[in-house]
Structure formats: C-alpha cells, structure tokens
Design a protein around this ligand. Sequence first.
Ligand SMILES: [Zn+2]
Length: 193
Amino acid sequence: MSVRKRTIEEHGKRTISLQGNQTLTEALQALQNLQYSENDTYLVVTLSDEKYHVMLFADLKAILKKLGPDSLTQPLSSLPLAPVSRIVPTETTESGGDLLAWVASHPQAPVVVTDAGKFAALFINPNRSGEAGLADNLSLLGLQGELVQLSQDHRADYVPKVQPPTCPHCHQANFYRLNEAMQFFCPNCKGLV
Ligand SMILES: [Zn+2]
C-alpha cells in the first residue's frame, strides 16, 4: 500500500516548510506573503538529521512571548518546537486510511509523510477543543510588530510589541532563555519557568 496523493490533498494540513537554519522571521514572512491564517497553518522545520519539528503558527506566540524578539532571528532548529511522532514514506506498507485512523486516535501527534526523503505532507489531529482559553486577542503578526519592514531592512526599525514575562520565582521581568533540554529558564535566578 501507499499514501495516495488524493489522501494527502484531502487530509494534509496547510504547511510552510523551512530548514532548521532558517529563522522565525522567514517563517512569518512566508505566512504573510501567502496570506495563510496562523490558526490553520503549521510550520514544518526539517532538521539537518532528517528529523522534523512542527508547530501551529498560532502556538509560536508562546515562544515569542517567553524568549522575546531574539527568537525571531535564531535558527528554527534552536527553538522548542514539537518533534513529529512518526515519519512515514509515501511508499509505506500502510494504507492512507490506516494512517489517518492512527492520526485520529493520537491527538497532538504530528505525522510527516515524506516523498523521496523530502517533506511531502503533514497529518495531525489537533484536538484543541479544550484549549480555547489559550487564544490571545493579539495575532501572531500583531505580536511581532512591524515585521513587514524586516524584508527591506533587517532588524532596523523593529519595535517588538511583546513585553517580557515576569519570573514566578524572583519576580523580575526578563525574556526567558532556553537550556540544552529546551526548557525555559529565568536568566536572573536560573529557575525553570
Ligand atoms: Zn527568576
């Protein structure tokens, strides 16, 4: 069996696919240029070891809020995006239907379909019904400010609208950092947040 093109067209999620050495700025520019919605478009990052990280664009807000504007220019491979649960080549022993059934029964477990080793499609059961409260009034593109200007003049006039979070341990307002385990920590007291 294999995953047929039609299955991909009908059930694959809308994606923007970038390499690990590209940046969040490039991802957001692509989102803007394509006029896709952050609420139904997934960022797919191909890492150098042929692994994939995936995140709904709307969920990138949480990262931007915690790490601040620096996260816009760091390589995507250094951001805490979710690893995919399975990588399945189009020529697989499973049928497309089997694969879709697996996805349906595994919420929040992204599956990447590859064709000749390249990213071809993303299947995911977002199952976000209980998370409506996480939605912000500010859109992702609103949060990151006048990013449109970045394409002409890298970082020049960029004023972030995002305010640094307050550490729950030492109560200082600072953008968080990431440790090697991809956990956020406060740069002042080093406490995990
Ligand atoms: Zn602290």
